[in-house]
Design a protein. Structure first.
Lengths: 528, 364
């Protein structure tokens, strides 16, 4: 940890920031000092006020209480453009790139170099873009459309875009939520070069293990107020979690042994093969074999683009018919559509709850019962009372914190939204539950609860196939971990032999995998 | 323990105020209707409120109102149907030709027209799903195609629905056909004063049935789900293509249902009948709170929107406002209605005012 100089003013100093939305006091008097050349982490559960604070700093939200000083000079950004001019850059959690524009155009969007005639100077633009791409360690053709880049690459392009102005303060809102571990390493490398140049970084993440590695200082927010600031090196995990939730919590991942419910094989997948579709951003699968017994939680590990999501989506019928033989409880199952999958007792918690799982403008009840309306049919109409009773039961069982079934889903916090998605799946009474990143971007408390729900469901005999980018989660929950690389299974690890090292080794076995298959090597640009 | 929970714990009066604002927001459509009716009563009380006048006003709009209900179903799935006017025109032509050339009884003509409309809707639905043509483009094309068929069938000549028999009087079927909406011909004459004017009855019935379909059935839920988030709907086991085709078919079916009404109303099927009706239909749905982005709106809202449009026409007509001015006012009403429906209207207004005052304060 670099020494924090006491004599010069902090790069960014915030005093008494407060912000109210109608009916909600989002921030109350937060103080924050971020020093040049350091990484300052913001920690807190969803809804604690981290995003609100960052949106104020980056000019996206105006009209607040309190004062902001940049290197000792009072400022008040009125718009994101304003903040840019002041040297404050922000990378949002959701990517904000235009998919069909080339990489270069995206990086310099709004700041395109012009020729004498006022047209865009393509040559200078490409040169500048290439420079910025090199700065974030990306080797991409600036003319390629962003759509063709992987999520991890897009995240780094976003970073390059933020660097296109001369940033002095860089705010990163969960930059790693979509990245696998090796890609996180690369991002950290870029962050370190930035801090070495004197940039102050504000870093939001739910992953404590990451913060331990990259952050110098950490400030914990709870219910819109600052709870405290610690030097990262002095803070223990237990202490930070305690500060976040306001009560002591047992260790995050109790290494509980698997319930030894050795039942019959519920799901057997043999030689599952899916052709890659680069236009849809879909990786290919090659002869994937796996089995899940009733009451078992099987993890799917691998890097971005290894084909984890593709396995669960192929099983769920999202791609229609696929090659390979699949059986459910020893009877043949041919995926054809999600509709047919639900009828055979499969349920999927999709990767992105906002775009794939929820009708955000509609109510909790509407969303929760959507997949199971068949159950509530009576005389050709939906039996409202039965529906409400079933949904309320799930809300209670999953402890969804909502004013009621008629609340609009979009107003709930991320963790509670995810529980609504789970409720939707459970109402269809699945025998096989496919979970794709079920705890991405949700707070520690809700995460622990969802883990508890998974264990409970498994104990009741549900077979669970869990995709996760967080290795501690996989290690804590799974009875077995199947590791994928480039669409092929490279390892199947039992819980006693599984470790972060073993998973990573198998996930990065790209060269061994590709030795036999020439295809798929085109995009194998990383993981070295 | 999350921020949202603290939000609930916020002062009760704030929550109450917010609820009041949101309820006001959902009632804004009705506020428009109340204003129009009040305006009518104040300026032309006796004439405006008479049963004859109201029947006239609603009856004149009924065929477009029925189109608007079908349009609402399509808009709820985030689609749009520009061909409703042409479908109505073709259906009205078919009804007149079946009556005049085949001398079929009206009870047979009506289902045939609906079938014809449903078939046209099926074309729209298939084009927008299996062929993956955007609904706007697909129905823009069929708007032209259906109108062309209509004109080809009729050879560009109107077909009168009042067919005289050998003795000079109207034939029986032609006489019955008038009940579909020729002004002055009512069902159940003698009861309820002057009887029941079929177009008004048909419009109200269509509204009630479609509202029940939307709010009470699985299909209705699926319509809202497809419009709100198509991917989520598909992953929840909704057959999204089938839902989209179904709303187009229903929309066509309703246009077919409205065809004979339009023919009877003007006592003839004009090859240009229904031209630009799609704009009235969309306007009624939008004034009634439907969002073109899908997932938001209701048939009740559209019913109110249709009433606003037709009663406004009526009131302005009674006050002898010129046609040109009426068009301008109608357009403005659409804009005002849509702005009024924003639930955060008051808040953004306050924010706007504050910003303006802050700016002038700084410059002075």
């Amino acid at each position: 940890m670099p020494p924090i100089p006491d004599d010069e003013p902090p790069a960014l100093s915030v005093r008494g920031i407060g912000k109210s939305f109608p009916g909600v006091r989002a921030l109350r008097g937060v103080d924050l000092d971020v020093h040049a050349g350091t990484v300052h982490a913001l920690l807190g559960e969803n809804g604690a006020g981290k995003s609100t604070l960052c949106n104020i700093l980056s000019g996206a939200l105006t009209d607040h209480e309190g004062s902001i000083e940049l290197a000792g000079r009072p400022v008040r950004p009125h718009s994101p453009r304003d903040a840019h001019r002041l040297g404050i850059g922000m990378i949002h959690q959701e990517l904000t790139l235009v998919p069909d524009l080339p990489v270069a155009d995206n990086i310099l969007l709004g700041a395109e170099p012009r020729t004498r005639f006022g047209t865009i100077d393509k040559r200078r633009m490409r040169a500048r873009a290439a420079e910025l791409l090199a700065a974030v360690g990306l080797d991409l053709d600036p003319r390629a459309p962003v759509r063709q880049c992987r999520i991890a690459e897009q995240q780094l392009i976003e970073l390059a875009k933020a660097l296109s102005v001369d940033v002095r303060v860089l705010i990163m809102d969960e930059p790693t939520s979509a990245l696998a571990d090796t890609e996180v390493r690369r991002l950290f490398g870029v962050i370190r070069t930035l801090t070495a140049r004197g940039v102050a970084v504000i870093y939001i993440s739910h992953r404590l293990e990451e913060l331990e590695e990259i952050a110098d200082t950490v400030t914990v927010l709870r219910d819109g107020a600052g709870v405290g600031t610690r030097a990262m090196a002095d803070a223990s995990r237990a202490e930070l979690i305690g500060m976040m939730v306001g009560r002591p919590l047992g260790e995050m991942y109790p290494g509980e042994g698997a319930p030894d419910a050795v039942a019959g094989t519920r799901l057997r997948v043999e030689r599952l093969t899916v052709t890659a579709d680069p236009a849809a951003g879909r990786a290919g699968l090659h002869d994937v074999d796996l089995t899940v017994r009733a009451g078992e939680i099987v993890g799917l590990a691998g890097l971005m683009g290894a084909g984890r999501t593709e396995v669960v989506e192929a099983l769920y019928g999202v791609y229609g018919a696929v090659r390979g033989s699949i059986s459910l409880d020893d009877s043949r199952y041919r995926p054809s559509s999600p509709r047919a999958a639900i009828r055979r007792g499969l349920a999927l918690v999709a990767e992105d709850r906002k775009t794939q799982s929820l009708v955000l403008d509609n109510t909790v009840r509407f969303n929760a019962s959507l997949a199971a309306l068949r159950r509530f049919r009576r005389y050709g109409r939906v039996h409202r009372r039965a529906e409400r009773r079933a949904v309320d039961e799930q809300i209670a069982a999953l402890r969804v914190r909502t004013p009621g079934g008629e609340a609009v889903v979009g107003t709930l916090s991320g963790g509670n939204q995810q529980k609504v998605v789970l409720a939707k799946c459970l109402l269809t009474r699945p025998s096989v539950l496919l979970l794709d990143e079920p705890t991405r971007g949700i707070d520690v408390g809700a995460k622990a609860e969802i883990h508890g729900i998974c264990r409970r469901l498994a104990a009741q005999g549900t077979a669970i196939l869990l995709v996760s980018s967080e290795m501690p989660e996989l290690l804590a929950l799974c009875d077995r971990i199947v590791v994928l690389c480039e669409g092929r299974v490279t390892a199947v690890l039992d819980s006693d032999e599984a470790s972060q090292e073993a998973i990573l080794t198998a996930a990065m076995a790209r060269r061994t995998v590709l030795a036999g298959a020439a295809s798929g090597g085109a995009r194998a640009g990383e993981g070295r | 323990m999350t921020g949202e929970v603290t939000g609930v714990a916020a002062p009760v009066q704030v929550a109450g105020w917010r609820r009041a604002v949101s309820i006001l927001g959902s009632l804004q459509g009705y506020v428009g209707l109340v204003l129009v009716v009040a305006f009518g009563i104040v300026t032309r009380g006796d004439t405006f409120l008479s049963q004859a006048n109201l029947t006239n006003a609603v009856g004149a709009f009924a065929s477009r109102g029925i189109l608007a209900v079908g349009e609402t179903l399509v808009i709820l799935t985030a689609g749009i149907d520009l061909s409703v006017g042409s479908m109505l025109g073709l259906a009205s032509m078919v009804s007149a030709m079946l009556l005049v050339n085949q001398d079929l009884p009206p009870v047979v003509i009506l289902p045939l027209c609906m079938l014809c409309g449903a078939a046209m809707g099926l074309v729209n639905g298939i084009g927008s799903t299996w062929l993956r043509i955007q609904p706007f483009v697909m129905t823009l094309a069929t708007l032209s195609v259906f109108r062309g068929i209509d004109r080809q069938l009729s050879d560009n000549v109107s077909v009168g629905t009042q067919v005289a028999g050998p003795n000079g009087a109207l034939t029986g079927h032609s006489n019955t056909f008038q009940l579909f909406g020729t002004p002055g011909h009512n069902l159940f004459a003698g009861t309820l004063g002057a009887g029941v004017y079929y177009p008004v009855l048909a419009f109200v019935l269509v509204c009630v049935l479609c509202q029940l379909l939307l709010s009470q059935t699985r299909f209705g839920r699926h319509v809202y789900a497809v419009g709100g988030n198509e991917t989520a709907a598909r992953l929840s086991g909704v057959n999204t293509d089938r839902v989209k085709i179904a709303v187009f078919v229903l929309c066509g079916l309703l246009a077919g249902f409205a065809g004979p009404i339009d023919a009877a109303y003007s006592a003839s099927a004009d090859p240009l009948a229904g031209t630009s009706y799609e704009l009235d239909a969309i306007a009624a749905a939008v004034i009634g709170g439907a969002s073109l982005a899908g997932g938001r709106g209701s048939v009740v809202g559209t019913f109110v929107g249709a009433l606003i449009l037709t009663l406004l026409d009526n009131v302005l007509g009674l006050n002898a406002v010129s046609d040109n001015l009426q068009l301008i006012i109608k357009g403005c009403i659409v804009v005002v209605a849509v702005v009024l429906q924003r639930p955060d209207l008051l808040r953004s207004l306050a924010h706007f005012v504050r910003r303006i005052t802050a700016r002038t304060g700084r410059s002075s």
